[in-house]
Design a protein around this ligand. Structure first.
Ligand code: FES
Length: 386
């Protein structure tokens, strides 16, 4: 029996060999192609962008979308709902904050990053009050998996937003309107006060102009005489505004407490977890109120962190380890600062650390002592390896 060359039965082998031979004749080779592909990938997914603040938009008393343009050329494309991690130095501390892009992907000349000043915040007041037009900042390229995926998400979409969590929602809405996507999109948007509502006029105009878009706003602390919807986004309100919701895809982006409450409400309404996409907005504000936090440890309990071979510093148990590491001058790779991306992983050599539900740890991480430092809270003195 004649032996068959195995290569001739591999799908596409003959075609690939013919292409290689043809390119050899014309002087092209695949090493050049590889370099060209790498250049294209770097342009689409750059590790760092240098940006200029082109405009600071007064949106509400506490919220300013920053319009950023590229200092070096074009900006990479993004999907509506994605974020960039903005690197800043505040009071001498090198840190970063992930900020959702609120502009539409069709606006290729800039990214709008919507920042709300948080009372007692470390970075947000500096971003809102300290960044002036002309300032230069750097960021990652667009990141994250929180975007509309028409193949997997279907055409009946609900977005539950709280506060500045409306930023990715308006990018999605602007995108749907620009591309006239064949979806139904309902935004249920909770704010404390009427004058806290971000993008209020534009949302109302988009709602009026597009049958596929509906915007419902909810105010939790209304002024006397306010006639709109009041209260919080809960199971009863979701059911009233959405009807049966178990077949819809839900996006959720708000403060951690709202995300947790809405997740429970959606489970109660029969929405499977796999149809709920959550964009955490930073670490828990108060980890001591989370399930599993030991009653005996106060948020201001002081612990010592020893970085093996490098030194030690003190911090409060109730703050994320990443924040304290940055303050002590350690530079840790990070992006989401919400427990999702795992870029900030560090190894705990000894001591006890609290990991809230935001920390998306793998079983092997838990087994070998890895934590996501952006949402890890040391309960005792801890030794770590960087
Ligand atoms: S920065 Fe993404 S998990 Fe910590």
């Amino acid at each position: 029996m004649e032996t068959q060359d195995i290569r001739s039965v591999i799908g596409g082998f003959d075609k690939a060999r013919a292409e290689i031979e043809k390119r050899a004749e014309t002087g092209q080779d695949f090493a050049n192609e590889g370099a060209r592909v790498k250049t294209q990938i770097r342009a689409l997914h750059p590790k760092r962008l240098t940006l200029t603040v082109a405009e600071v938009i007064e949106e509400t008393a506490t919220t300013r979308p920053l319009r950023l343009t590229s200092y070096e050329g074009g900006l990479p494309p993004f999907l509506a709902g994605q974020y960039v991690n903005l690197f800043v130095t505040v009071d001498g501390v090198e840190t970063a904050r992930p900020l959702a892009i609120s502009s539409a992907p069709q606006e290729r000349g800039h990214y709008d990053l919507t920042v709300r000043k948080l009372p007692g915040g470390f970075v947000s007041p500096w971003l809102v009050e300290g960044l002036q037009v002309g300032a230069k900042v750097s960021s990652t390229g667009p990141m994250g998996s929180f975007y509309v995926n028409p193949i997997h998400h279907g055409d009946d979409l609900v977005f539950l937003a709280g506060g500045s969590g409306v930023a990715p929602a308006i990018s999605m809405i602007r995108d749907i309107a620009a591309r006239q996507l064949p979806v139904q999109f309902k935004l249920i948007y909770g704010s404390r006060r009427e004058d806290d509502v971000i993008f209020d006029q534009e949302l109302a105009a988009l709602d009026a102009a597009h049958d596929v878009l509906t915007v419902e706003r909810i105010i939790s602390e209304p002024d006397a005489g306010y006639e709109g919807r009041t209260g919080f986004i809960d199971a009863a309100l979701i059911s009233e505004l959405c009807g049966p919701i178990d077949g819809k895809t839900v996006y959720l982006c708000g403060p951690p407490a709202m995300n947790a409450a809405c997740t429970d409400a959606l489970r109660e309404a029969g929405v499977p977890d796999k149809r709920v996409y959550i964009e955490a907005n930073g670490p828990p504000v108060d980890p001591t109120r989370r399930a599993g936090w030991p009653e005996s440890v106060a948020a201001d309990h002081t612990v010592t962190i020893t970085v093996k071979g490098q030194g030690s510093f003190e911090m409060r148990a109730g703050e994320p380890l990443l924040n304290a590491l940055e303050r002590a001058g350690y530079n840790i790779e990070n992006a989401c600062r919400s427990g999702e991306c795992s870029l900030c992983r560090i190894k705990i050599l000894s001591g006890e650390v609290f990991n809230p539900s935001e920390a998306k740890l793998r079983q092997s991480d838990r087994r070998f002592g890895w934590v996501h430092s952006c949402v890890a809270y040391p309960l005792t003195d801890v030794e770590i390896l960087l």
